[in-house]
Design a binder for this molecule. Structure first.
Ligand SMILES: *Cc1c(COP(=O)(O)O)cnc(C)c1O
Length: 239
């Protein structure tokens, strides 16, 4: 994280974000204490989806260096406004979007099928970039949600590791709605450990959101993806 500076006088949103960030950092520190871990092992990815580029700028001023988006149009617009931050793509991936994602994301958390891995790799090469990739687990195989089932995870990890333009960074997972996050994150961590035996560089575990980050920290998360707890409740998406 960069050194924090004081928000401009009169910017109440900046003050609000500063307070939320402080509370979040205290929450992460407390979770680390319980887990016997150091907050330095964790990267906070601020998920700014639906919030304006000005909020990204405010967070950057407060020392947040990693920003997450789940829609390509928003990623493109906000990345253009703040190209020096580290941009994370976390959304469902259509293979026709891989070119845009490869040009604007530094990290992709949501690769969940071979076709997308291959196309993202080719797009990264074409863009002259090397992208950090996490393969996304589906805990329950729900076809309406992103992720590959556990049995398909190793082959997908191999494909990412073999793709020029991509670096296999680790594993990501979002527990099913209403599920107990603690066993889900333990399962995710154990699958990630198996991948790591074959690919020692795949050390990242992207797990933990506003509602469940404590369970993720205990399980060994390295990347927390936090939206609501930092930016506030999102307006429901239309369409
Ligand atoms: C929106 C989103 C988050 C952040 O969720 P919050 O509950 O708002 O913290 C994390 N991960 C993914 C994949 C998301 O789409």
């Amino acid at each position: 994280m960069r050194p924090a500076t004081t928000p401009a006088v009169g910017d109440t949103r900046a003050r609000e974000l500063a307070d939320a960030l402080e509370r979040l950092r205290q929450r992460i520190a407390a979770a680390c204490q319980v887990a016997g871990r150091s907050p330095e092992e964790l990267t906070l990815v601020a998920v700014t989806k639906t919030y304006p580029a000005e909020d990204v700028q405010r967070l950057a001023t407060l020392g947040v260096s990693d920003i997450g988006e789940n829609r390509l149009v928003e990623l493109e617009a906000k990345h253009a406004a703040a190209p020096d931050l580290r941009w994370h793509y976390l959304g469902r991936m259509q293979s026709r979007q891989t070119g845009g994602i490869a040009r604007h994301a530094d990290v992709v958390h949501s690769v969940d099928r071979l076709k997308v891995a291959h196309r993202l790799g080719r797009a990264a090469v074409a863009a002259g970039r090397r992208i950090d990739v996490l393969v996304q687990l589906s805990f329950d195989g729900d076809p309406d949600r992103a992720g590959v089932v556990a049995a398909g995870l190793p082959a997908l990890a191999d494909a990412v590791a073999d793709a020029p333009g991509l670096r296999l960074a680790g594993v990501m997972g979002v527990p099913p709605l209403g599920a107990d996050p603690a066993p889900a994150y333990r399962e995710l961590a154990s699958l990630a450990a198996r991948i790591r035996r074959v690919h020692p560089g795949a050390t990242w575990l992207s797990a933990g959101m506003s509602g469940d980050l404590e369970a993720a920290v205990v399980a060994g998360a390295t990347h927390l993806r936090v939206g609501t707890a930092l930016l506030g409740r999102r307006a429901p998406l239309v369409g």
